[in-house]
Design a protein around this ligand. Structure first.
Ligand SMILES: [Zn+2]
Ligand SMILES: [Zn+2]
Length: 269
């Protein structure tokens, strides 16, 4: 089925990257706790009205608070969230999930969970005792070299052990140690194609007012892999999250290519 490109995407700069691709940002950044002050934060106070889970009414917890005025982010990424100047990545500890759109720097709108949400049940969440507000820390960004990004993305598809010795050597050099286990590869990441536990999934927008929310198989498999698929925005990995280090969790965040709504889902090892 052929579809007309939505107006909102017509002037997107790297249009080629938006088709048949899961990346919201073409480049990948490794994100970790930083000693130097900056404008991107981990944790912090909940400062958006509406930051309550639509599934259980629990107050959401802010995991990352990203500064969109940072010029290292492409213009379309900054424009996608206007008038907001920051991207808050929230989670509900009870459900280990979240679905919302960032209305402004003061307000988010949470959407009801849907069949794609995979929320944890009442007694399943390992985080019920986690604080709803985390003391904030600075986030540092390290651009993942293109060659490493390419090799890691390939390892996502064919596996680490199939890579040749030159590629394995590059990976070892990047991590600063011998990497033999694919489970050790993931790190917190913004953009690119994060490495996460469990398989990749196709997600549609959680915002029922958005045309991208209407897609369901067998409506068009091509659509799922095309423009309307939610793009992978960020992965928050447990090792880089103070206070939560004892939990082997990953939170994967997607963003809708049409309306910039966010979907967060839990991945565990
Ligand atoms: Zn909840
Ligand atoms: Zn949408």
């Amino acid at each position: 089925m052929t579809r007309t490109l939505p107006e909102s995407l017509q002037d997107v700069e790297p249009y080629g990257l938006w088709t048949m691709n899961r990346r919201f940002l073409p480049m990948a950044y490794r994100v970790s706790q930083s000693e130097s002050k900056g404008s991107h934060f981990g944790g912090g106070k909940v400062r958006h009205d509406g930051a309550r889970c639509a599934g259980c009414d629990h107050i959401l917890t802010l995991l990352w608070d990203l500064d969109l005025t940072d010029n290292t982010l492409p213009r379309y990424a900054r424009r996608a969230f206007e008038p907001a100047t920051r991207i808050p990545l929230y989670v509900c500890w009870n459900c280990a999930a979240s679905t919302y759109c960032v209305v402004s720097d003061q307000q988010i709108e949470c959407f009801s969970f849907d069949e794609y949400s995979e929320c944890l049940g009442k007694d399943e969440s390992p985080f019920v005792d986690a604080p709803s507000e985390l003391d904030s820390w600075f986030l540092g960004f390290e651009r993942v070299p293109t060659t490493i990004d390419a090799v890691l993305s390939l390892s996502n598809v064919i596996g680490l052990t199939v890579l040749d010795s030159a590629a394995r050597g590059q990976i070892n050099e990047f991590y600063g140690q011998e990497m033999d286990d694919v489970w050790d590869l993931p790190f917190s990441q913004l953009g690119g194609e994060p490495m996460f536990y469990q398989r990749r999934r196709d997600r549609v927008c959680p915002n029922l007012k958005c045309p991208a929310s209407k897609l369901t198989p067998p409506y068009g498999v091509d659509d799922f892999y095309g423009n309307f698929l939610m793009k992978e925005l960020a992965l928050i990995h447990w090792k880089d999250t103070p206070i939560l280090e004892e939990h082997c969790f990953q939170m994967l965040y997607y963003v809708c290519a049409i309306c910039a709504s966010i979907r967060g889902e839990y991945r565990c090892s």
